[in-house]
Design a protein around this ligand. Structure first.
Ligand code: HEC
Ligand code: HEC
Ligand code: HEC
Length: 181
């Protein structure tokens, strides 16, 4: 094989491998973003989150239109590269956490919950509530209460993002940490 042919073969193999791994990543993202994967893959997510009555009866999981938000809709970015990164990173962290804590004891879950809630909220604040905006368009929300209309109008001026005003949406309430709002 000439050098040129060898180079071309290597390039071709690289392209094929690239396509295959993109498809694989897409498939992994799809499967691991589903409600049933997130809700059933470990004890804590199933018992304390997915089976929680607050979750099941929240407006995001039960409403007249039947449009439901899943774990992935709120917690996983929509672009492939960040999505894959979040899966790999949080998959590993979650696995370590699940193995190093006994979450069948409710108090162990309660101890770790404020830290997790803080992390999620800060992430959402830092990315301007990107996941929320995937479904909600700020200027299309027809807020019914006057106080709400005022809050929405002001949010542009004081640069507030959804999560700073709307937290404790679907999970058992965790008090907001100091300085968040
Ligand atoms: C409508 C959006 C939304 C959906 C759907 C959602 N979450 Fe959350 N989640 C949040 C927000 C916002 C927080 C930050 C804490 C808070 O204010 O509730 C959070 C926090 C968490 C936390 C940190 C602990 C806690 O209770 O605060 C975990 C773990 C979590 N979510 C897992 C899940 C899983 C698993 C599912 C699916 C069964 C899910 N979430 C569905 C929005 C959502
Ligand atoms: C998958 C799409 C989707 C995502 C993602 C989503 N929502 Fe919603 N949201 C909805 C739907 C559907 C409703 C229910 C509308 C109805 O009442 O018919 C709703 C209702 C709401 C309500 C009013 C009911 C309540 O619980 O107070 C608020 C506030 C809200 N969303 C904020 C958020 C915020 C903040 C986020 C991001 C953390 C978010 N949503 C993410 C679809 C979504
Ligand atoms: C400065 C605070 C603030 C910000 C930022 C904010 N909201 Fe609101 N929003 C409110 C208040 C207050 C209400 C009225 C709540 C009530 O009356 O119970 C409201 C109401 C709503 C409603 C319910 C509409 C209705 O009347 O049924 C939805 C949905 C909603 N917000 C979604 C969002 C989303 C999504 C974002 C980000 C794109 C966002 N909000 C940003 C304060 C805020």
């Amino acid at each position: 094989m000439t050098h040129r042919n060898l180079l071309l073969s290597v390039l071709a193999a690289g392209v094929v491998l690239g396509i295959l791994s993109t498809l694989a990543a897409e498939q992994v993202d799809k499967v691991t973003s589903t409600e049933s994967f997130c809700a059933n893959s470990c004890h804590s997510m199933s018992q304390y989150i997915a089976q929680d009555i607050i979750y099941k009866t929240s407006a995001h999981r039960r409403n007249a239109s039947g449009v439901l938000a899943s774990c992935g809709d709120c917690h996983i970015p929509h672009d492939l590269v960040p999505a894959t990164w979040v899966h790999v990173k949080s998959g590993i962290i979650d696995m370590i956490s699940e193995m190093s804590h006994d979450f069948s004891k409710a108090e162990n879950w309660q101890n770790i919950k404020p830290r997790l809630a803080k992390k999620v909220r800060e992430e959402m604040r830092n990315n301007d509530s990107q996941a929320c905006r995937h479904c909600h368009q700020m200027n299309q929300i027809a807020v019914s209460s006057e106080a709400g209309q005022r809050a929405h109008a002001q949010s542009y001026k004081n640069n507030k993002t959804c999560i700073q005003c709307h937290f404790n949406l679907v999970h058992e309430a965790t008090p907001i940490h100091q300085g968040f709002q």
